[in-house]
Design a protein around this ligand. Sequence first.
Ligand SMILES: Cc1cc2nc3c(=O)[nH]c(=O)nc-3n(C[C@H](O)[C@H](O)[C@H](O)COP(=O)(O)OP(=O)(O)OC[C@H]3O[C@@H](n4cnc5c(N)ncnc54)[C@H](O)[C@@H]3O)c2cc1C
Length: 389
Amino acid sequence: MKFGIEQEIDWDVLSDEDFRQNVRAFFEENYPPNLRHVQRRLQWSENGSWYQRLASKGWIAPNWPAEYGGIGISPKKQLIYLDEQERIGMGRFADHGIHMVGPVLIKYGTPEQQERYLPGILSCEHRWCQGYSEPNAGSDLASLRTSASIEGDDYVINGHKIWTSMAHDCTHIYVLARTDANVKKQMGISFLLVDLATPGITIRPIKNLDGGEEFCEVFFDNVKTHKSNLVGGLNNGWTVAKSLLGFERIFIGSPKLPEYALQMLRHIAQERRMTADPIFQDKYAQLQLDVEHLSVIYQKYAEIATSGGNLKSDVSMLKIWATETYQKIADLLFETAGPYAAIRQTSEFGKDSRSVLSAYYNARLPTIYSGTNEIQRDIIAKQVLELPA
Ligand SMILES: Cc1cc2nc3c(=O)[nH]c(=O)nc-3n(C[C@H](O)[C@H](O)[C@H](O)COP(=O)(O)OP(=O)(O)OC[C@H]3O[C@@H](n4cnc5c(N)ncnc54)[C@H](O)[C@@H]3O)c2cc1C
């Protein structure tokens, strides 16, 4: 089966710079200005038509191999594409299909699973969310208790997932479920695909501090999914889930978010006439240096990834540095905005309107997801520094 949309040219023959200019021009022309750098997760009703436009150009999954519907570009150009998305401040949608399910199916899926699910991801008709975390299984994910037992041709799932981003905006969920309780906990977990319209599923949105609904609880009460929806073999879910961590760490380590926050800080400081204040200058200079250092280490890891190398455990440092620098900038932003920092709605700063409080709240999130920063420090302590447990 042929996946995706035929490309008008072979993008990979362009120089990196020409490719960048093409991507930039397309985004500038087509990505709606009112959706740029929005400080919250957008809903499908807001940015769905943009992503459908991207899908109809065949550009929705730049990280996939061309034969599966990707653009057919080198890893270096994939990073350029990502860089341009971040430069324009493109709001994400529920994109786990593109970043997780697609790559997992390409690597571990059967041809039937690929034919069944890849086209829906490429057209955005199917939007996927991640059912990993549970109330007592976050950092210690292997302790998860949601179970799946075989009954006839189905797996029957029972349990409770939490912090499932955008589940209310999705059509499908991929779930880690316990399929063997009598072995070492990592060895008894399977990776299952589930249609969210299946009877027995209840989705309950959780309101976050910012007043938005980005996460949900998802309850499974005797939910049936056909045996053909098991990916990567029975009890092999841990290996399947771990196989994508490298990309996630690079994705989260990009300096673009801190760079944008720094720009916003400079702008607000100018508007509030704080830039001549020596204490502000001192703090700002330190943060600017931190962002410069982040760019250097990001380049180092991006080069390893783009030259086909394997990222080792020390990539955890990138996640820590990126997310904590972002958080420190948001803290100074909060301080600099004075009374405006307490307002949830946007405030006017010269020509720009911004919600400083939303920026502050948003900067808390990345230190928690994709493995908390404490867990990243544990990884560095054990696997890089080889400190005693
Ligand atoms: C914005 C956002 C989106 C998310 N989206 C999803 C999603 O789509 N799907 C999904 O499945 N999950 C999602 N999560 C959940 C996320 O993966 C978990 O929050 C994370 O794994 C931490 O788990 P926990 O919240 O249960 O905290 P816990 O694991 O209970 O940790 C609580 C605190 O204890 C610390 N701690 C725990 N163990 C150790 C240790 N061994 N050493 C040192 N410190 C430790 C942690 O660092 C943390 O500070 C999301 C979270 C956020 C914030």
